[in-house]
Design a protein. Structure first.
Length: 92
């Protein structure tokens, strides 16, 4: 939800390949819960398309940096393949 960290990640690990929907973020596809009621159909579709793409990316990623105690994180955990190499949560 916070794209501000991507620049810091990339600066800290320049050899890593970070893939993020943040690279496509704009005023049009940001998310403020209270503003959802004002969205038109196209904005709603764009938001949920982005959200589903993010869930698929997180579920298939070799490494994922995120908050492990949210409902979405648990959903992503169970979306992972049974053949996933490492399903470890690192509590920081």
């Amino acid at each position: 939800d916070d794209c501000a960290v991507m620049a810091e990640f990339r600066k800290s690990r320049p050899k890593w390949n970070f893939v993020s929907e943040c690279d496509n973020a704009s005023e049009e596809n940001g998310f403020v819960f209270k503003e959802m009621k004002f969205w038109n159909d196209e904005q709603t579709d764009a938001h949920f398309g982005k959200f589903i793409a993010e869930m698929i990316a997180m579920a298939t990623a070799k490494y994922w940096i995120g908050v492990a105690s949210t409902n979405v994180s648990y959903w992503i955990y169970f979306m992972r393949s049974l053949d996933a190499e490492d399903d470890t949560f690192f509590w920081v």
